[in-house]
Ligand binder design. Structure first.
Ligand SMILES: Nc1ncnc2c1ncn2[C@@H]1O[C@H](COP(=O)(O)OP(=O)(O)OP(=O)(O)O)[C@@H](O)[C@H]1O
Ligand SMILES: [Mg+2]
Length: 422
């Protein structure tokens, strides 16, 4: 009789197969949330991070850090893995050390402060407070503790004001906690290393971080990481090594990152399962790539509220006619279209100063300023990348039509645009 373990794995196979063949051993390892136990080719970076972040265990405050590098190079994976492991160790040893990981992507400053406060339970009313209220609460919770704040994707924070970027306020506030005798330190993760040069001198001087670059992987490394993950996630004979090597080389050449690679393998595996196929080929992977990239965009856009969606639609519509959209024309177009959703238009300043930067941060539009000629002032123009234009236009148009139809069915009373209080 077979051992219990192998009997159980046979049962698992029967359960998971469900009449359809699956190429996956563990599909989870290809998901965006998965954090691997081991990061390949990152030993030096790991040592650098650990040597600093473990200082509090020797009663020394860690230095602030500035970690930068292109997408998909393992920054988030390393800091999530390290901070949770160190939190576990601190608990085991009963030491007052804590590492707070906060992803600030597409968040405004008050939202970030609220998220931090929420990590310190119990707290009943974390909504509706101002920046200073949140700051006071956070300060009161940090006494005696060594606390590390890991701000991930700081360059993707939403900036509402054109003059001062919220990341400047965030870095300044947390770097200056030391002046209040609080043993806090920050670790910032970004793609764009140049943002550090844009910090105000007073912020830079208080921040004074250690720098760490997560360099891009070369083609060989990219293939090795993909293969390593496939061994964990796919059944043995469902792919051959050469297919993954070719796919890795293709990703590298076309400047795509690991995250895209994993998403594509996940999608290809699902497709193979539906078609009862037992092997993944290079052409299957390429077919899924297009689908994955389009799905990602559609998922993002269809979640927008009416104002952002209509503004993006306005830019796409004008650009399809005139190659680019002037800000003023986009606003006029938006005002006309938004009424179809039964929403009052917002002010042009709100649309251009608050909504426009949000679309920029998401990489959906590019904003440029052009001179109109000598002494005639400047004009702002907005445009969408050519290869995404038609696709974005179609998503916006379909989504808007869907919402208008829903409105007609339900006949909701008119909404007044309520400006959010950031
Ligand atoms: N060296 C590595 N070994 C194994 N897996 C890796 C490695 N580097 C990255 N990955 C994997 O690639 C994916 C993307 O990594 P991660 O999210 O950490 O990138 P990032 O540097 O934070 O990117 P971004 O700047 O876009 O946020 C994750 O699934 C991660 O596990
Ligand atoms: Mg990241």
């Amino acid at each position: 009789m077979a051992s219990n373990e192998s009997y159980e794995s046979t049962i698992d196979e029967y359960i998971n197969t469900d009449n359809t063949y699956t190429v996956f051993k563990n599909a989870n390892v290809f998901s965006n949330e998965f954090v691997p136990d081991r990061l390949l080719f990152r030993d030096d970076e790991s040592q650098f991070v650990l040597s600093n972040l473990t200082k509090p265990f020797h009663r020394i405050k860690a230095q602030n850090m500035f970690i930068y590098g292109p997408p998909g190079t393992g920054k988030t994976a390393m800091l999530i893995k390290t901070s949770s492991a160190l939190n576990r160790k601190a608990k085991e040893k009963g030491q007052k050390i804590r590492y707070n990981y906060i992803n600030v992507k597409y968040q405004t400053l008050p939202q970030v402060m609220r998220d931090i406060v929420k990590q310190y339970k119990p707290f009943e009313k974390p909504r509706g407070l101002g920046f200073d209220d949140y700051k006071t609460i956070i300060e009161s919770r940090l006494k005696d503790n060594y606390t590390g704040f890991i701000f991930d994707d700081l360059d993707k924070m939403i900036s509402k004001y054109p003059y001062v970027h919220p990341m400047d306020i965030l870095i300044n506030t947390f770097s200056r906690l030391a002046e209040l005798d609080i043993k806090a330190f920050i670790c910032v993760l970004v793609n764009d290393a140049t943002i550090e040069e844009r910090l105000k001198p007073s912020t830079r001087s208080a921040y004074a971080p250690q720098y760490l670059n997560f360099r891009a992987y070369n083609s060989r490394e990219l293939c090795a990481i993909l293969k390593d993950r496939c061994i964990e996630g796919l059944k043995k004979d469902t792919y051959n090594e050469q297919t993954i090597n070719d796919f890795g080389a293709f990703l590298y050449k076309s400047h795509r990152d690991l995250r895209t690679g994993f998403n594509v393998i996940l999608e290809t595996g699902h497709q193979a399962g539906m078609a009862n196929k037992t092997k993944i080929t290079h052409s299957d992977l390429k077919k899924s790539l297009k689908k994955v990239e389009q799905n990602t965009l559609a998922e993002l856009i269809t979640k927008f509220d009416g104002t952002i969606l209509t503004f993006l639609y306005a830019i796409a519509s004008i650009q399809r006619k005139y190659k680019e959209a002037e800000s003023k024309a986009a606003y006029d177009f938006y005002c006309k279209e938004i009424t179809k959703l039964n929403i009052d238009p917002c002010a042009d300043t709100h649309l251009l100063r608050s909504i426009r930067p949000q679309l920029e941060v998401m990489g959906l539009i590019i904003h440029s300023i052009k001179g109109r000629g000598k002494n005639k002032g400047v004009i702002g123009t907005l445009y969408i990348k050519e290869k995404e234009l038609d696709y974005i236009y179609d998503i916006c148009k379909n989504e808007l039509q869907k919402r208008v139809r829903k409105l007609e069915r339900t006949k909701e009373p008119k909404k007044h645009y309520k400006q959010k209080n950031f």
